[in-house]
Design a protein around this ligand. Sequence first.
Ligand code: GDP
Length: 397
Amino acid sequence: MPVIDQIPDLVLFGVPALVVVGAVVGLFVRRSRGTGDVASKETPPTTAVPGDRVPDVTAASAEVEAPAELEVLAEPEAADPTAPAIEAPEPVAGRLQRLRARLARSGSPLGAKLLDVLSRESLGEDEWDELEETLLLADVGAGPTGELVDALRTEVKVSGTRDAASVRSLLRTKLIELVDPSLDRELHLEGADGAPAVVLVVGVNGTGKTTTVGKLARVLVAEGKTVLLGAADTFRAAAADQLETWGSRVGVATVRSDKDGADPASVAFDAVHRGRAESAGVVLVDTAGRLQNKAGLMDELGKITRVITREAPISEVLLVLDATTGQNGMNQARVFAEVAGVTGIVLTKLDGTAKGGIVVAVQRELGVPVKLVGLGEGPDDLAPFEPEAFVDGLLGE
Ligand code: GDP
């Protein structure tokens, strides 16, 4: 067949075939380009979510639609783009070393006074009396003061040398002995049988209890633990908000009641129950510190303890004491020790007092070690207690 005769066939079959193939290819190319265009328009690189995660819009709207639940179980607002960024707490090791200057800065430091008296030309009865008085004024307590003065008298008589360096080194050794480095100051947070470790924080309101729970949450987060807070101080209206703010700064949730004056035991129970369900490492429970009377306190703390232990054993009961309150603080400590089975003491506001001697007195009186000390209002101003660093702080080193 001549070529000219084939043209109609080409027109009839070949051209439409080419058009169809071209259209399909064109469509494919346009679609893939189009997808790229949409993708690049809708998710510009500047708004990319780290880890290639697409923001979960459903989850966000579900959160907005469920305010009732959020009132009871306050989650940290990590998913909210307007929420403050999660902070990284300072490392815990060596905190007291870093903060020790605050001990020497507080008023008239105990160590400086002791060094001054011990370095005088001659040490007569007046000097030993002055030394004793200085220790008593710093709340070291009568028994430990007597022991320290006797030990210093003996050493000075035996060694005979009283140059500045040897006096300082002698005083340092004796003060460390008095603070007792042999005490177990670990927080025991192992938890049992899949249950979280539970730390009950007790003490009179105003001593720094809620602040300490917040700071302690940061310490534990810095150590890689998963933490949950229980706002069982339902007596003081602002305490739960305060706690929630502390927690949200380090991505820690707070279990609280939406009612003022709710039953603290029920909040404590909810916190530990949820801690168990979520496999939290540690649940920190803040309690109210009304020192109405011993029987009332015993009832309240007794009930909290009973309901918590249905879910998990209590690992630590930390008593928060304000170091600036002197003898009054010691009286509170005695009551709490009797009713709450205290396992450790947190001494707060040591940055604002010359009465660092209370560390010695309270340990002796209660037979319980000081485990943590508060040295300021900053979020990381809570340090594990180390006798050597503490004494160095007192001596102004
Ligand atoms: P709570 O009633 O026992 O829960 O006491 P708060 O936690 O509300 O604390 C009472 C006040 O003590 C707050 O102003 C805290 O900032 C302050 N505070 C707590 N610990 C320390 C500390 O170690 N040093 C200083 N200077 N202030 C502290």
